[in-house]
Design a protein around this ligand. Sequence first.
Ligand code: EPU
Length: 336
Amino acid sequence: MQIKENYLLKKLNTFGIQAIAKYFVELNSLNEIQEIVQSKIFKENPFLLLGGGSNILFTKDFDGIVLKINNKGKEIIAVDADHVFLKVQAGEVWDAFVDYCIMNNWSGIENLALIPGIVGTSPVQNIGAYGVEVKDCIESVEVLSIEDGKMTELSNEECKFAYRNSIFKQEAKNKYIITAVTFKFSKKPILITHYGDILKELENMFVSPSLENISNAIKNIRRRKLPDPSFTGNAGSFFKNPLVSKEKYNELLHEYPKIRAFPSGEDYKLAAGWLIEKSGWKGKSLGNAAVHHKQALVLINKGDATGKEIIALAKAVQIAVKGLFGVELEMEVNVV
Ligand code: EPU
């Protein structure tokens, strides 16, 4: 384990923002994670956990120690008639893991194909796409407590999962390092095809629904809509889709009959991409930051954008949407 100083983070965040970490260390095993937490340098400095760097926006240098989680390994820990339980180390790359599950015919996360990041950060914001959230397949999350170095297993319920939210973004923020996640997958395929254009895409591909075909259909849709971070810096959806009351939704529907929304419990979840598009910001730039021209929920780095430029654009978008619809857009990305 080697602690580096003044480490450049540009290649380690999908937004491609230049920022410098005072200290940086890559942790390739659970032992290394445990060792760093006990070290003097860790105890004397603020820390930042970095997985795939796909949901983070640096607005300044980080005056502390950045920990890159990179412990690998997958193990079947139990099997019953219908399920397989798999414990996966935090540093496994998410998308490769999705493919691995499909290859083994284990069903549950095939709709979450092509999401950047690592297994260990998937519970933090409860990643979700195309009708599935990762919480649907999480049995438990193994964590190391920063305070006393103890390892604990949090049940699915204890993680308090919600839309793009969990205990790890709330009261447990900076309290734990997620070291592994245990998943529960179905041995029989449970195919989820109701969301958006999945069925249409399968039809265009001339294939019937299967784990692999659904995953490939979603990959096609994502590749068409979302910018590839290896070419265009971005962190996926920059904002959450806002929840509004039924009254507010009805009011908006009356004024904007084409508004896109989905019922969510008692409330309605509005498609923020639609709101941003209608506010006129889709495809527009502010300095080196822009709203993506195919999916307005995604902000992009046009080249050498700073984090502050991205934030300036985000604020302008928030003001426009609030002005037009009276709805607040909350950032989904973790701003540092
Ligand atoms: N829409 C527009 N204009 C736009 C973008 C979207 O009118 O510029 C409309 C679409 O036509 C559609 C609706 O908004 O009717 C929803 O769009 P889409 O299906 O693309 O999904 P989204 O709500 O914009 C969410 C997730 C994505 C996820 C997709 C698919 C959030 C914050 N984002 O986006 O997640 O891939 O659904 O399930 O919930 C991410 O979190 O980084 C991410 C990419």
